[in-house]
Design a protein around this ligand. Structure first.
Ligand code: NAD
Length: 484
């Protein structure tokens, strides 16, 4: 089955922060893969804009090296790479000063889509928006892409929204949450709303509970300074996990259109109950063999920032009243594994008697390291010996059904950047969604900060603090094992 790639319209893309880590690791490799796939073709220009002085040749060499390092298999396609590098240009621009802005404006072409990727520190977003406007680049054909973090609380997120709104309309602002660009996350919507099978069961009558796990095996690494001011709640829960929760819990939108989908997500966030003391567990990882503990890694011996959080969350609406959502995320856990598990209720009566054991259907949406969807069903164990039941996965990983080429999912950034060019905001967060998510998160964080309480220590390589296990046990439930 050959995939259909529809080329996007010609565009100019300016990447502010085009020499930075994100540009090199994600943005350029993603653009290159879309170029190889034939989605970017013709008269397209990719313009790096950053603080360093360098000419076009040096910039191309930098991007070439980045693609060689992070571009995967495609990077070996030398002819494609040379043609891709031809699309590149570079301008030295100071986001806070005057240098470079007239040069940049001079390179823009009026008759095409213009996108500006703000891959710089959020403190510079306002400066960039202001200068784009001043130099005549913030017109109706332009759009901006902003990276996370979008604020650190409700107040700063509001400020950021206000600053951007001075020069751009909401329909021009693309707030990235790369989880939404994952193929399987989009497939979650296809599975829910494209099949008659699941939706009737998708409520508290049939769903016992839902677990969302985003586990990382690495520590904070070189991001210690940023992370220590943020913590798991701000870095993962307010954005990525909240988005996953919304897609799982939302009502069917009338259409797959940006505002219809985002209206439904917003309703979920607004229906979240405040989380209370015993329903939140915070943790901080301890040392492991040669790996230092959290406080040493962030160089802050007094740090009370959490590297792990687990929560029990209730959505107070007709569909979900009575079905808890358990969320957990952390660093230095046993494995790198992210998944959503929809755990259905027991059959109302077992005709096979107690010896058949307890069996439940579980729909698992695996996000990383391997993307795929699995439905656990109960069948008879083959062979003689009576009616013994076992659970087997109905694997919907698609590789076999679609062939390896189709199952080679594009990276989230590939999808999202192409959506920016296509002008499709469905997979981007709207300003009011981000604010609502902070409005829910803020009181939880404020309580910790008021108390000044230290998070619970947990062993590196474990599944987090024991209290997180208790969060489930006291409800007679269990976390699923963290495994890829
Ligand atoms: P980085 O520090 O590696 O790069 C920063 C870039 O900004 C450089 O190109 C630098 O030249 C440019 N810059 C700095 N000051 C400037 C100025 N005054 N004028 C013009 N350009 C200036 O940062 P990064 O890791 O690439 O992160 C960029 C953005 O992406 C940040 O908002 C970050 O939070 C976000 N982000 C990064 C990652 C990641 O994995 N690196 C992941 C998620 C989000």
């Amino acid at each position: 089955m050959a995939s259909r790639v529809i080329p996007v319209d010609p565009f100019d893309l300016v990447i502010f922060g085009g020499t930075g880590d994100l540009a090199r690791r994600k943005i350029f490799p993603a653009l290159f893969r879309r170029f190889v796939a034939g989605q970017i073709e013709g008269d397209v220009r990719l313009i790096g804009a950053a603080r360093s002085e360098m000419d076009r040749a040096a910039y191309r060499a930098m991007v070439r090296a980045a693609i060689a390092e992070f571009g995967g298999e495609e990077a070996r396609r030398k002819k494609d790479l040379a043609a891709f590098l031809d699309l590149l240009d570079y301008v030295m621009v100071d986001a806070r000063g005057t240098a470079g802005w007239s040069d940049l404006a001079g390179k823009m072409r009026k008759d095409r889509i213009r996108a500006f990727y703000f891959s710089v520190a959020p403190a510079l977003f306002g400066d960039l928006a202001k200068r784009l406007h001043k130099h005549g680049m913030a017109d109706a054909a332009s759009r901006i892409v902003v990276e996370k973090p979008f604020g650190r609380d409700l107040e700063t997120a509001r400020d950021l929204n206000r600053v951007l709104a001075r020069h751009f309309e909401e329909r021009q602002i693309y707030r990235i949450d790369h989880y939404l660009g994952k193929e399987t996350v989009q497939n979650l919507m296809a599975i829910r709303f494209g099949n008659v099978l699941f939706e009737p069961l998708w409520n508290s009558q049939y769903v016992d509970h839902i677990q969302i796990t985003v586990a990382e095996s690495v520590g904070v690494g070189g991001r210690g300074d940023y992370y220590d001011k943020s913590g798991a709640m701000r870095d993962m829960v307010q954005n990525h996990m909240m988005q996953l929760l919304c897609l799982i819990a939302m009502e069917p939108p009338a259409k797959f259109d940006p505002d219809a989908v985002r209206d439904e997500k917003l309703k979920v966030i607004r229906a979240l109950d405040p989380v209370k003391g015993a329903d939140v567990v915070r943790g901080q990882y301890e040392a492991q063999e040669d790996k230092p503990d959290y406080r040493v890694q962030v160089d802050n011996p007094e740090s009370t920032t959490e590297s792990f959080v687990a929560l029990k969350v209730h959505i107070s609406n007709w569909r979900w009243a009575g079905t808890p959502f358990y969320l957990r995320t952390g660093k230095r856990l046993r494995e790198r594994a992210s998944e959503i598990a929809v755990v259905f209720k027991d059959a109302p009566h077992s005709i096979f008697g107690p010896e058949a054991g307890r069996h439940r259907n579980i729909l698992t949406i695996k996000l990383q390291p391997n993307e795929g969807i699995e439905l656990g069903v109960t069948i008879k164990e083959p062979g003689p010996g009576g009616m013994r039941l076992i659970d087997v996965p109905l694997d919907m990983t698609f590789a076999e059904a679609l062939g390896p080429e189709e199952a080679d999912f594009p990276d989230a950034y590939e999808r999202l950047i192409m959506d920016v060019i296509r002008g499709n905001q469905t997979l981007f967060m709207r300003g009011d969604e981000v604010e609502a998510a902070w409005a829910w998160t803020d009181p939880v964080i404020a309580e910790w900060e008021d108390e000044g309480a230290a998070p619970l220590p947990y062993a590196s390589g474990s599944s987090g603090p024991d209290d997180a296990l208790m969060l489930m046990h006291r409800d007679g439930r269990r976390w699923r094992e963290i495994r890829p």
